[in-house]
Design a protein around this ligand. Sequence first.
Ligand code: RET
Length: 280
Amino acid sequence: MLEPVVTDGSTLVQFGVPLQAQADASEVIRENALLSASLWVNVALAGLSILLFVSMGRTVSTARARLIWVATLLVPLVSLVSYLGLLSGLTVSLLEMPAGHPLAGEQVFSPWGRYLTWTFSTPMILLALGLLAGTNATKLFTVITTDVGMCVTGLMAALVTSSLLFRWAFFAIGCAFFLVVLYVLLVEWPADARRAGTAEIFRTLQLLTVVLWLGYPILWALGAEGFALLDATVTSWGYSLLDVVAKYVFAFLLLRWVAANEDTVAAAQADAVGTAAIDD
Ligand code: RET
């Protein structure tokens, strides 16, 4: 029987989840209207985006454009679940920072669910972009796996409380993964997109992606979990605003273009995931 057990005077543990800690963390959100608003705004926008994208994609009929549509639609779907996870207290924690951290010994609010769910949303963004650029399977695989590596190490950096060095070491590994993603976005895919005839829209989306994505590690480093120069509410609004443009605006622009230019997208296919991929 998986009975709840009391491990010490204050922490109730069931299935390994400290229930008291979860209640405390969700209380932090409930008691801070501004922090709470930064999350609810995204729940609302994700919901609206889902409805909008479903209707925008109804007319899309070619296989490749439909794949881009599904990937694009998954971005707000994952986002909705992600933000509900944060709001419910399930994917946020109060973590005691290690020695050497500016808030050492204090309970710091960690929205670690964000980093977890980026593991699922950012590959969708990259899949859609890569398909638009008409890239091959090797590059797509590389960029998606390194991107997942980036998010997972970001999650590890946030959750490690045993040593400050480990926190920053995981962060640094995440940045190294990010460099690979940036290289593909800035060097490899523009050339692919030129060949595929999608260079113009690709350039717009690439710029949006590179600039906004750079904001995430900067916020991580400046936020309460890093150098603690920004408090949890400001950091949360930062992520939420970045999300609005990096996810919903990005996905809207991509989907609108794909729906209007299905032929171009379909023509890029022969060069991409299917054939050239194998011998690349
Ligand atoms: C982390 C910390 C580790 C180092 C780096 C990071 C980068 C995160 C990025 C996140 C992008 C998220 C998006 C979410 C949309 O759903 C994980 C903060 C480099 C680039 C676009």
